[in-house]
Design a protein around this ligand. Structure first.
Ligand code: NAP
Length: 250
């Protein structure tokens, strides 16, 4: 897609210091958007993302904020308002795993995952929508997971958060459509990032057998679909979930 596609737009990507979020920030910048790079702990990664974004000829703003913390999210949007006046594209990418079998799960493992993966997107959407409704146009992309569609043993907290994000996407799409705000979700499969670094090689081989394309995905492949949802190419698309999973869920 050409570099003028998102010219004049501002995108906020949460968790953009590494992994899928970093690839999304770079792809949106290549398409012409100014990018707000949110991070929580990966300060060096966020600065590196900002350098690459600026190298694409657009503006980058790095903001540290824990998306599960209402005060920090409020402050982040205050800074975005001061710097850019507006956010046109919100990508709720930040997410964590705290896996455990149900019987062994500690309550804080449940709370942490739900707070980051579900409350975080809720908070960010709330502030972003206030800005977007003034323009009667906006794009929200929620990064869910195949686990939110089909569950997985040892991940009741993660599955609940990602299924919840899909439900929130459907409801928000219905609620915000008449304001010109499109809300869609992506359900990645197994994508090569730190998040899957703990998986053993033989388990990865087993997973590949269940993937139609027979291979894992890359952050860049997820970023291409985010760009589709962020761009005018998807202006008549809302309330949808696209699997970027190589055909793992068919
Ligand atoms: P990752 O490499 O583990 O990165 C996680 C990202 O989330 C980091 O940028 C991290 O920021 C950010 N983050 C975590 N907690 C945060 C918080 N409280 N506030 C702000 N940022 C926070 O994971 P990834 O694979 O890129 O995952 C990105 C998204 O894709 C997640 O929502 C994940 O659930 C989803 N996903 C991934 C896969 C996969 O196979 N990799 C599959 C399906 C869905 P800091 O490093 O700055 O703390």
């Amino acid at each position: 897609m050409n570099s003028m596609l998102l010219k004049g737009k501002t995108a906020l990507v949460t968790g953009a210091g590494r992994g899928i979020g970093k690839a999304i920030a770079i792809r949106l910048a290549e398409a012409g958007a100014d990018v707000v790079i949110n991070y929580n702990t990966s300060e060096d990664g966020a600065k590196e993302t900002a350098e690459i974004v600026e190298g694409a000829g657009v503006k980058a703003l790095v903001i540290k904020a824990d998306v599960s913390n209402p005060e920090e999210v409020k402050e982040m949007f205050g800074r975005i308002k001061d710097e850019f006046g507006m956010v046109n594209i919100l990508v709720n990418n930040a997410g964590i795993l705290k896996d455990s079998l149900l019987l062994m799960m500690k309550d804080d493992m449940w709370d942490d995952v739900i707070d980051t993966n579900l409350k975080g997107p809720y908070l960010c959407m709330k502030y972003a929508v206030k800005m977007m409704m003034r323009e009667k146009y906006g794009k929200i992309v929620n990064i869910s997971s195949i686990i939110g569609r089909r569950g997985n043993a040892g991940q009741v907290n993660y599955a609940a958060s990602k299924a919840g994000l899909i439900g929130m996407t459907y409801s928000a799409a219905k609620e915000l459509g008449k304001m010109g705000i499109r809300v869609n979700a992506i359900a990645p499969g197994v994508i090569q990032t730190d998040m899957i670094a703990h998986l053993k090689d033989d388990y990865i081989e087993h997973l590949k057998e269940g993937i139609a394309l027979g291979k894992l995905g890359t952050p860049e492949e997820v970023a291409e679909v985010v760009l589709f949802f962020a761009s005018p190419a998807s202006d008549y698309v809302t309330g949808q979930v696209i699997g970027v999973d190589g055909g793992q869920v068919i």
